[in-house]
Write a protein that binds this ligand. Structure first.
Ligand SMILES: [Zn+2]
Length: 557
């Protein structure tokens, strides 16, 4: 937590001249040099003035770079760092932590070919094959099911985690060995006309049936190396503050220890690890959960933070499991799944709110937003509002009226802006239709309603990269080049504020990071070009040199 720097421990100043510095601080929006001591910002100004006033040495490493506050990614998951231990079968090209570029699989056949290739390289015919990144929504017509995967292997289990992380597709061998059959009664297990499960596991209860593969996947995506990779990918994207939003079972001591080992003094980012009391293997009742969290919060360090909570109300829009208001899903009129019962949401919120804990609620669909707002109404009615900074995560279909209620309740919005590019075309054509797609991730409406705003990538759902997130909100271009909902576009300055000070505010870290001002931590994103002067359509293409974290230079790999 924040410590006071006493004068006799201040190390000598380093003054970093830069081509341009954007502070995201209204009282001094720009500067050409920044003085740093003991990991914190001493002052901003011009090099000669700073040296004259504060002494110290000049480090010209960044003199042709543009500095911003280090980006704050307020909704992502550390498993991004570990998924790269498994086969990538996503639609878009993607770069791993080692810099290797994996081409996207743009047809079913390419997915199956890549699986066959991997299958041929595994000697043991019984060793499971785990892959990730699949997104069937890009493929017209037939659905990828167990029978397709059976053409890859009938002897080993195959488990493909979808890009949304809310679904998986598995082969027949897996279902046979895990006892998933016509008699299995779990929500989210679609069956064919003969009553046989088709091989799609929707949401966590059904996905959890694949015990062996899930165990393999979870051990690989949550180990020490995964945590290390996660920080490296972030640094390569200019991100200095990261989150692991409720995906680690930090109710378990060994998981906390892994985080403590991983996020040591040399770790390339700060990480706020959220607690999901209703998460698998991590369950705590609303009565117990605040005490578990308080114990965790006491273990926070400068770089590793505990103390906030994540609740997941519904599923994913592109996985057709989000809870969406009438007329529900476009064309079909179907609706998604509740991942927490309404009374559970209310009781968790009441317990945490009354304990002064910040709750971030995953609500993809607008019906989920309604539920959370109703719970806030009930809970706030009986206790103080206070500086809670409860945040609606994703908030993708939120209506103007809901934003006005959020403003009245003091809630923040963290939008999934990357959806515009990655799934915008499918949302307009398939999931919610063009009308509602135009208001997805409505940053302009949120700002207009006075709702504190951040925006995120939800890695590994989409790649870590705050410039890409900002680019989406500024341009609202879909993968096919259409502008989706042009009236919801926001300015470059608004978008950059959302991915810096906006994210920091929602993590209750805005007094430390998110803008550049005296006394704050010396965390910078170091860019090759100036986001305020490039063509806004080129925002995502700006090169990232790396970061400065607590005054230490961290070039990207
Ligand atoms: Zn997420």
């Amino acid at each position: 937590m924040q410590s006071t720097v006493s004068p006799n421990t201040v190390s000598p100043n380093t003054v970093f001249p830069a081509k341009q510095i954007h502070t995201m601080d209204r009282s001094r929006p720009t500067a050409s040099a920044i003085a740093v001591a003991d990991g914190r910002i001493v002052a901003l100004g011009e090099t000669d003035d700073l040296v004259a006033a504060y002494g110290g040495t000049v480090d010209s490493t960044l003199s042709d770079k543009v500095l911003l506050p280090g980006f704050v990614e307020a909704h992502c998951h550390a498993i991004e760092g570990g998924f790269w231990n498994y086969l990538y079968v996503g639609y878009f090209d993607r770069t791993g932590p080692d810099g290797k570029l994996w081409s996207g699989c743009t047809t079913f056949d390419q997915v199956l070919d890549r699986l066959r290739e991997a299958n041929a390289k595994i000697d043991d015919p019984n060793e499971p094959l785990v892959a990730w990144g699949l997104d069937p929504i890009y493929f017209d017509g037939e659905r990828l099911v167990a029978s397709h995967l059976d053409t890859v292997s009938e002897t080993r289990q195959i488990y493909i985690m979808h890009a949304s992380l809310h679904l998986a597709t598995v082969n027949s061998r897996l279902m046979e060995e895990e006892g998933i059959g016509p008699d299995t009664q779990v929500e989210g297990l679609p069956k064919d006309g003969a009553g046989q499960p088709i091989g799609e596991l929707q949401e966590f209860a059904a996905m959890g049936l694949a015990h062996t593969c899930l165990r393999i996947l979870m051990s690989g995506v949550t180990n020490d190396q995964a945590i290390r990779n996660f920080g490296q990918i972030a640094r390569n994207a200019g991100i200095t503050t990261l989150t692991d939003l409720g995906s680690s079972s930090i109710g378990n001591e060994s998981v906390v220890e892994r985080w403590q080992r991983g996020v040591d003094d040399s770790y390339p980012a700060r990480v706020s690890v959220f607690y999901n009391p209703a998460g698998g293997g991590n369950f705590a009742t609303p009565d117990d959960a605040p005490a578990v969290l308080a114990e965790l919060a006491a273990k926070s360090t400068d770089k590793l933070r505990f103390g906030h909570v994540k609740l997941i109300l519904d599923g994913s829009i592109q996985g057709f499991t989000a809870r969406i208001r009438w007329p529900h899903y476009h064309g079909t009129g179907e609706n998604g799944l509740w991942l927490l019962a309404p009374e559970q949401v209310e009781s968790y919120l009441r317990a945490f709110h009354n304990a002064g804990v910040t709750v971030h609620a995953h609500c993809n669909g607008d019906e989920a937003v309604d539920l959370f707002l109703d719970c806030c109404d009930m809970v706030f009615g009986e206790s103080r509002g206070g500086d809670h900074r409860h945040t609606i995560q994703h908030c993708q279909l939120t209506t103007p009226g809901q934003y006005r209620r959020m403003r009245a309740l003091g809630l923040c919005a963290n939008l999934f802006s990357n959806h515009i590019f990655y799934w915008g075309d499918q949302h307009a054509s398939t999931t919610v239709g063009p009308d509602r797609a135009a208001r997805m991730n409505a940053a302009a409406t949120a700002l207009g309603a006075g709702v504190p705003l951040s925006m995120h990538c939800d890695a590994p759902v989409t790649p870590l990269g705050s410039l890409h997130v900002a680019w989406c909100a500024v341009n609202r271009l879909t993968a096919s080049g259409e502008v989706l909902g042009p009236n919801e576009r926001i300015s470059v300055d608004e978008a950059l504020a959302a991915v810096t000070i906006g994210g920091a505010y929602q993590l209750k870290m805005d007094d430390e990071v998110g803008s550049l001002a005296p006394g704050k931590r010396a965390d910078f994103a170091v860019l090759d070009d100036d986001p305020y002067t490039v063509d806004p359509t080129g925002l995502r293409d700006i090169g990232v040199w790396g970061t400065v974290l607590g005054g230490d230079l961290q070039p990207s790999s």
